[in-house]
Design a protein around this ligand. Structure first.
Ligand code: KG4
Ligand code: ZN
Length: 347
């Protein structure tokens, strides 16, 4: 049995978790997530403030994760830490702390790709959320459609050409005067709106699309955001219209996500679809995905909100796979703002 401490500081959550087990049989012993609410007043994450906040919280957050797991530092087999992608200053706090812990205990260190972590989140709760599957990772910074043949073998089918799905939610929320981060406020508001009044074009979804088209699996949300902006400007009573606009926006974005995911699952004959990232908290999306795919025998897995958004449990979970393959990072491990997910296979 292996016991791994995971650390995540890539954006505005300071998180630590302890996981125990082997293979796909891994149990979460603890998970602590400290969200930095300070960014709300700025309407977005301020990198410098994020790094400083990680610095003040990392020690107590890790200590608490160990306490809740009933584990001492001496009982850990490895330290896993997100080292890419993310805000470099924020990542460096986790990376430096993780290195120091690994060095002081003389145990292995593993740098983990944040998006690979999101891929493993659903597996923490659902035994069957394991490859082969189609994955849709939708967060504030990324929108990735992947075919996952096996852990560590990721075929990148599509990504966004401009804004990420979560970013589109956040920008539209701002246009409608909702708090940051706005995804869940849009979802709440849209639930009170009607679908008939504002219909926005579905980005990059054509009826006659062919598998070889270069936008067959691609996403683009900035045009949709502009269409919403125009609707907001044209409105003579935004208070009365905003729920319907939110509904129209969310319907369009969800339709696109569902269509592209369905295309991928069908093209590769996958019977499982795994969602990950903060936008996977959206229940309207999850039900639309199920309504479309489950009649065809495809099961849809979504992590609970705590595991869908940024957390260290998913980082430790991905590290189990890498650790068992014999991978280790050196003490020269660095932080990178962006880098491709490891294990990409040709599309
Ligand atoms: O994965 P995550 O926690 O952080 C990043 O790595 O970016 O994702 C955060 C994103 C934000 O854009 C937030 O608005 C969005 O997830 N989000 C949602 C919902 N809850 C969070 N978007 C749509 N509907 C939701 N219910
Ligand atoms: Zn994330």
């Amino acid at each position: 049995m292996t016991r791994i401490l995971g650390i995540e500081t890539s954006c505005d959550e300071t998180s630590a978790a302890v996981l125990e087990g082997s293979g796909d049989n891994v149990v979460q012993k603890s998970l602590v997530i400290l969200s930095q609410d300070v960014h709300r007043v700025f309407g977005g994450v301020v990198p410098e403030i994020a790094s400083r906040a990680h610095l003040t919280s990392i020690v107590p957050v890790v200590q608490r994760a160990l306490d809740e797991a009933g584990t001492r530092l001496e009982e850990l087999d490895a330290i896993a830490v997100t080292n890419t992608p993310g805000l470099v200053g924020a990542l460096l706090v986790g990376v430096s702390y993780g290195k120091a812990l690994a060095f002081s205990r003389d145990i292995p260190l593993l740098g983990v790709h944040h998006m690979e972590g999101h891929l493993f989140a659903a597996a923490l709760e659902h035994r069957d959320a394991v490859p082969p599957f189609t994955a849709l990772l939708i967060s504030g910074g990324h929108t990735l459609l992947l075919d996952v043949e096996a852990w560590g073998q990721y075929r990148l089918l599509g990504a966004t050409r401009d804004d990420a799905a979560g970013e589109a939610f956040d920008k539209v929320a701002k246009l409608l005067g909702l708090p940051y981060p706005g995804g869940r406020y849009i979802e709440q508001l849209a639930a009170t709106g009607t679908s008939k009044r504002f219909t926005f074009a579905r980005p990059m979804v054509r009826k006659n699309a062919l598998r070889d088209d270069d936008d067959y699996y691609a996403f683009s949300f900035s045009g949709l955001k502009t269409a919403v902006l125009n609707a907001v400007r044209a409105s003579t009573d935004i208070e009365a219209d905003k729920a319907d606009i939110a509904r129209g926006f969310q319907d369009s974005l969800i339709d696109t996500l569902v269509e592209k995911t369905a295309r991928a699952a069908s093209a590769f004959g996958r019977e499982r679809v795994v969602l990950g990232g903060g936008v996977a908290c959206n229940r309207t999306l999850a039900s639309a995905m199920r309504a479309r795919l489950e009649p065809g025998g495809v099961k849809v897995f979504t992590p609970t909100p705590r595991l869908a958004t940024d957390n260290a449990a998913m980082i430790a979970r991905a590290a189990f796979f890498r650790f068992e393959k014999g991978e280790r990072s050196g003490l020269d491990l660095n932080a990178y703002a962006s880098s491709p997910i490891p294990g990409l296979v040709a599309a």
